[in-house]
Write a protein that binds this ligand. Structure first.
Ligand code: NAD
Ligand code: WQD
Length: 338
């Protein structure tokens, strides 16, 4: 079986991708320092797939420990999810973000070169487009970033573009995710944020379950259908499958490829809230608050390139996403914590 190194595979998107890799006949080997994830994820993956993947509790910033993982395994590819991802925190602690996200990636690329592992899928983000000149957003749009988190994503993209110019044997898929939400339909794995959620969906489900009082809607005076921010939400299982498709592309010796992964549809904050009310069957309290600094009005993808080149098409709609997010929250009111 083909071994895939899954860096950050214990996290939200990584764990769903590990399930997909197993279901598609791969042997995922997870490397994660558990800084934003829980060991219980391994049991849950086992419950879904009947297989407990190999796991190394290793920080990617620790070159020697990461090298041991390469010595012990013959990888055909790596998928790199490992990174810190909270925009606000990155503004407060820029060095922590540059250190963690950049050093981990440099170590990974260096070891991939040393051990001749020539295929890499990297978790980039729609954040690299900043405030786009128009929507939908195409991969060819200019890249602008406005915070240290986003800058780490753009820097890593640039590093990989530079690297691929001279390493023709190296294949990279830069996957620019839009807004992943939802959870595995089993309700066994899902998003488990620490503390107060930054993102919309986990905040809504925590209000719905009674852990928080009321959703703050950040601004209702944007130039959008109802004044609230519009985003391209994508079910995490669709996103996970996108990684399996991207791997197939890399194995054709593709060089560096870049894909938007979204649905191509934009939903406002209030539309998502109402879709969630439908999923749980009751009203969810909310209050209009001032705009959140750094937010943009509208962001959604054009995903034609991913469809044409790797056959990617999201199959879950917003109601499916809300149903599965709610199912996960209900079954795991405290996330993975016992
Ligand atoms: P997550 O925090 O749930 O998963 C990241 C995992 O990486 C965690 O398990 C964490 O413990 C691990 N990790 C972090 N630094 C590490 C290090 N130095 N060594 C080893 N492990 C480390 O995040 P996620 O939502 O699953 O996101 C995965 C990737 O996708 C991230 O790179 C993120 O920036 C990117 N992304 C996420 C979103 C989103 O909205 N969730 C959107 C676009 C891009
Ligand atoms: C969605 C909408 C908010 C919370 C972030 C990162 C981005 C990417 C995905 C990693 C916006 C509104 C939110 C709340 C609200 N991550 N909102 N009340 O900001 O589109 O993207 O996650 O790469 O880089 O910036 O996602 O879920 O935070 O917000 O009204 O309590 O919901 O204003 O319009 P965002 P989000």
């Amino acid at each position: 079986m083909k071994k895939i190194l899954v860096a950050g595979g214990m996290g939200y998107i990584g764990s769903h991708t590990v399930v997909n890799l197993i279901e598609n006949g791969y042997d995922p080997i997870i490397v994660d320092n558990l800084s934003n994830s829980n060991i219980e994820v391994l049991n849950r993956i086992n419950m879904i797939t009947g297989k407990k993947p190999a796991f190394y509790k290793v920080d990617l910033c620790d070159y020697d420990k990461l090298e041991n993982v390469f010595k012990e395994n013959d990888f055909v590819a790596a998928i790199h999810f490992a990174g810190l991802k909270a925009v606000g925190e990155s503004v407060e602690k820029p060095l922590m973000y540059y250190q963690n996200n950049l050093i981990s990636t440099l170590n990974l690329i260096e070891l991939m070169e040393k051990y001749k592992v020539n295929n890499l899928v990297f978790s980039s983000s729609a954040t690299v487009y900043g405030d786009p000149i128009s929507v939908p957003i195409y991969e060819t749009f200019d890249l602008h970033v406005t915070n240290p988190y986003g800058r780490t994503k753009l820097m890593i993209e640039d590093i990989l573009r530079d690297y691929c110019k001279v390493h023709k044997e190296f294949n990279v898929a830069l996957l620019r995710y839009f807004n992943p939400i939802g959870a595995h339909p089993s309700g066994l794995i899902g998003e488990d944020p620490n503390g107060i959620p930054n993102n919309l969906m986990p905040y809504i489900t925590q209000v719905a379950i009674g852990k928080r009082e009321c959703l703050g809607v950040f601004g209702n005076d944007y130039n959008t259908k109802d004044g609230t921010g519009v985003r391209d939400y994508i079910h995490v299982c669709d996103l996970a499958y996108g990684h399996v498709l991207a791997l197939d592309k890399l194995f054709t010796n593709s060089g560096l490829v870049t894909y938007n992964l979204g649905t191509g549809n934009g939903y406002s904050v209030l539309e998502v809230l109402h879709a969630m009310e439908k999923a749980c069957g009751f009203k969810i309290p909310y209050q209009i608050k001032p705009r959140r600094e750094g937010d943009i009005a509208t962001c959604y993808a054009n995903c034609d390139k991913a469809f044409k080149e790797i056959g990617f098409k999201a199959k879950y709609n917003i109601d499916d996403m809300c149903r599965d997010s709610w199912n996960w929250q209900k079954k795991n009111p405290n996330g993975y914590k016992k």
